[in-house]
Design a protein around this ligand. Structure first.
Ligand code: HEC
Ligand code: HEC
Ligand code: HEC
Ligand code: HEC
Length: 366
């Protein structure tokens, strides 16, 4: 068989690079999605974990739930399994040469960002600088051999390029968690009003360490406790531990929750009991307290911005909400990214920060 190029050139799309996950575009832009089958060419074991997770086994089937029609009616959706808000969150929308295809469930790019389109990160994220042609019959072992020889400079440039192209990696702990919450906190006031659930107890370590966990990269028979790419001594030097990683994830998850709750509070029209706004308020108040307790220096800009909000204003909807809460959400996101960068070695965080030990479901081992 001839070695066909794996990735066709995709149509040019303009992508707005927003400081925080945008509310209008709740999930990944369909133009950028290449689809899980391509990821699977190399990430066989990660894919096996995904196949056993609720994102595959349950998410889509909820669209056949007895309440689905009521939810659809509440937000003016007529074709639930078509190009709807429902399939943005219970499926993965992909545009192939102008035609919309909908994959069932939340696949790789729902979390890691769309890999294709103009300037997409797909090719680049596994190009180690030796000119190896990426084809469908490529061997992961060959790639990993290249990886072991990659220069520090090449790697830094590659990581930066992937981040810029919108890839969410383990190193981007805040962004990857904010993306989970942007879906799991269901930022749609009308849906919540109609009784659609939201994940009110989302804690990042707990929710990422169970059935979702797929930290396998280097040894495909092990589902490592925390990301192997992140702990890898060869790449990052010694001293990164699972405990440090979880501590970093824990705080990054709280910051993500705060940022998304502020973003949601910026857009709501009501704060009555059980509403999206009510939930956002509760989270903002709780998280402020929890984050203050950590006593972490880098969080000061976020906490100062938060302290600037008159808490009485939380319950009152005003024309300025978008500006006030939107701005603080941006400040929190910026501080959170700096914090994550400064604490890639989570061991420098105060040991008093307790790491959650619960896990949502069981980690699958291929
Ligand atoms: C041609 C093989 C190949 C394909 C196809 C591929 N990957 Fe990868 N991927 C790799 C290799 C090799 C690495 C290790 C890169 C490194 O060490 O930085 C990797 C690393 C990653 C990482 C971890 C990066 C980090 O720095 O933590 C993520 C996340 C990832 N891939 C997601 C995906 C997704 C999602 C897709 C499909 C859209 C995909 N990959 C397609 C080979 C591939
Ligand atoms: C912003 C993302 C998002 C959108 C939009 C969305 N869902 Fe969901 N949906 C979720 C998440 C996340 C859950 C799981 C919440 C939890 O933890 O219980 C869920 C849960 C559900 C459930 C489980 C039971 C319940 O009472 O909520 C049903 C049914 C459902 N969704 C149907 C729909 C339908 C139909 C639509 C479109 C009209 C839709 N969803 C739109 C994210 C979304
Ligand atoms: C695009 C939307 C979306 C994104 C992004 C997303 N999820 Fe989900 N998730 C869902 C839906 C829908 C379900 C199905 C709800 C259910 O299982 O009740 C689900 C289910 C789950 C479950 C199983 C819940 C249960 O009750 O057993 C876990 C755990 C989970 N998600 C964790 C995560 C984590 C961690 C992230 C980010 C790394 C994430 N999710 C990102 C939509 C999403
Ligand atoms: C529900 C969201 C979600 C989905 C779906 C998802 N991932 Fe991930 N992935 C993550 C998170 C979160 C991490 C980092 C875990 C952490 O922070 O501890 C990660 C880490 C990775 C890594 C790096 C692991 C390491 O050891 O460094 C690879 C590679 C990867 N994912 C590939 C994939 C592929 C391929 C798919 C689809 C088959 C996929 N992911 C689906 C959320 C997701």
């Amino acid at each position: 068989m001839s070695r066909i190029a794996l990735f066709a050139t995709a149509p040019i799309v303009s992508v707005l690079l927003l400081p925080l996950v945008s509310s209008a575009q709740q999930t990944v832009p369909p133009e950028k999605v290449v689809g899980r089958q391509l990821c699977k060419v190399c990430h066989v074991s990660e894919n096996a974990v995904w196949e056993h997770s609720s994102h595959n086994t349950k998410s889509w089937s909820l669209l056949d739930h007895p309440k689905a029609a009521d939810f659809a009616k509440a937000i003016g959706v007529t074709n639930i399994k078509g190009a709807s808000a429902c399939t943005q969150c219970h499926g993965t929308q992909q545009k192939v040469r102008g035609t919309l295809k909908i994959a069932q469930g939340n696949s790789c790019e729902s979390c890691h960002g769309g890999a294709g389109g103009a300037g997409g990160w797909l090719q680049q994220h596994c190009d180690f600088g030796f000119g190896r042609k990426i084809t469908r019959d490529i061997k992961m072992a060959d790639l990993l051999a290249d990886r072991a020889k990659e220069t520090k400079e090449h790697r830094a440039a590659r990581d930066a390029a992937c981040d810029k192209a919108g890839m969410r990696r383990s190193a981007n702990a805040f962004d990857i968690a904010a993306n989970c919450l942007n879906c799991h906190l269901v930022p749609n006031e009308k849906l919540i009003e109609a009784g659609h659930a939201m994940t009110t107890r989302f804690e990042f370590v707990e929710w990422a360490q169970g059935e979702v966990r797929h930290n396998l990269l280097l040894d495909a028979t092990k589902n490592a406790e925390v990301p192997t790419n992140w702990t890898d001594e060869l790449r990052n030097g010694p001293g990164r531990t699972a405990e440090g990683r979880k501590r970093l994830m824990y705080v990054a998850g709280q910051l993500a929750d705060l940022a998304i709750s502020l973003k949601n509070r910026a857009t709501v029209t009501s704060t009555k009991r059980g509403s999206l706004g009510d939930e956002a308020n509760d989270r903002i108040l709780d998280l402020q307290e929890e984050l203050e307790d950590h006593g972490v220096l880098e969080l000061k800009p976020a906490l100062d911005a938060l302290a600037g909000i008159d808490k009485k204003s939380l319950r009152e909807i005003t024309a300025n909400d978008k500006q006030i809460y939107g701005k603080v959400a941006g400040t929190v996101a910026a501080a959170a990214r700096k914090f994550v960068e400064a604490h890639q070695d989570g061991n420098k965080l105060p040991a008093g920060i307790d790491i959650p030990t619960k896990a949502k479901g069981e980690a699958y081992v291929p």
